[in-house]
Design a binder for this molecule. Structure first.
Ligand code: ATP
Length: 327
């Protein structure tokens, strides 16, 4: 449904996005995950036609963004990071205005509005002045504006940023609901968000894709050696040496330097848990814990995006470069 090929964006000598290629299949929810400044917004703005790429191309539903920007815009609903709403307008007035900007007649807008208001759970506030709404409700208005023209694909830039935890839960539920019938690409720097919402995740760092897959497949491919956590009621001398001799255990590290808690690194494809249990029985140790430690998506994310050197910073914003492609 959405296909981006070799998208690159340079600002002077600084490359904000470099050769990013991605696809989002029909009905899929894909999360673009990256730390601040990774290039998520830049990529999204190129995909939605709000920023011309230095190189690369984008197609949506088979239409080329640069050959048919109006057609592509009809297929995409876009929620920018900072939604520009008119605070003095009422919710329904604003949505009617947006519908007409999308090319609908007043009659078409009137027909489409109730459905949009219902699907974004805005019934209670449709007559309210936007400036008096909570941030969570304002975000819903932004989402409603993005789906008014019934796009097949939705692109959301950091949809939960700046919301409180309760609002975050509500917006995530709404996104999940909207994603049932639509293709969805969303950016976030919040890890649980991709685990909760997305079928697939693309991790971006310093303008490049550094990993891609389902949250599960990423965990499997980046997990490295299996680790076991062992805790004994009372550690005695020589425990580490005994654990080290167990078949399938490649190394033993005491946790916090003590004698009763250990982290065991295991050889590839081995599962020495039973042998550890037997060693405990044979040596009269009381085993309090014997657990496999699996890498979390967070471990992988941190490993992939932690900068060990101080990176050169980007130049001053070049506003003139931010012209829309689809004007
Ligand atoms: P955040 O989560 O903080 O929004 P992001 O992943 O969306 O980050 P981008 O906003 O795409 O990151 O920015 C990527 C890089 O490009 C950053 O280093 C940013 O400073 C730089 N950049 C973005 N816009 C411009 C511009 N107009 N001129 C110069 N540099 C820019």
């Amino acid at each position: 449904m959405i296909e981006a090929q070799n998208l690159t964006r340079r600002y002077g000598d600084f490359t904000a996005v470099e050769q990013i290629s991605l696809t989002v299949d029909e009905g899929e929810i894909v999360g673009m995950l990256g730390p601040n400044g990774a290039g998520k917004t830049t990529t999204i703005r190129m995909i939605t036609g709000f920023l011309p790429p230095t190189e690369g191309r984008v197609t949506v539903g088979g239409k080329d963004l640069f050959a048919d920007p109006v057609g592509v815009r009809g297929d995409i609903g876009y929620l920018p990071e900072n939604v520009a709403l008119y605070p003095e307008m009422r919710v329904s007035e604003y949505l009617t205005y947006r519908a007409m900007l999308e090319g609908m007649t007043r009659a078409q807008a009137k027909k489409r509005l109730p459905e949009t208001i219902t699907s974004c759970f805005l019934e209670e506030v449709e007559g309210q002045i936007i400036g008096t709404l909570s941030k969570g409700y304002r975000q819903r208005v932004g989402l409603a504006a993005a789906i008014l023209h019934e796009p097949q694909a939705l692109v959301l830039d950091e949809p939960t940023v700046g919301l409180d935890p309760k609002q975050i839960i509500a917006i995530r539920e709404l996104i999940r609901e909207l994603g049932r019938e639509r293709t969805l690409l969303l950016s976030t720097h919040i890890l649980p968000e991709v685990e909760l919402l997305c079928d697939r995740v693309i991790i971006i760092d310093r303008g490049r894709i550094v990993a891609e897959g389902t949250p599960e497949s990423l965990k499997e491919s980046w997990v490295g050696a299996t680790m076991l956590r062992v805790e004994l009621k009372q550690g005695t001398e020589g425990v580490a040496e005994i654990l080290e001799r167990i078949r399938g255990v490649s190394s033993v590290k005491p946790i916090d330097g003590g004698r009763s808690r250990f982290s065991l690194e295991c050889e590839h494809a081995s599962d020495p848990r039973e042998a550890v249990f037997r060693a405990a029985v044979d040596n009269g140790w009381t085993l309090l814990e014997l657990a496999e430690e699996r890498a979390s998506l967070e471990d992988i994310f941190v490993r992939l995006t932690t900068r060990e050197v101080i990176e050169p910073t980007a130049p001053e914003p070049d506003e003139s470069a931010d012209e829309e492609v689809t004007s």
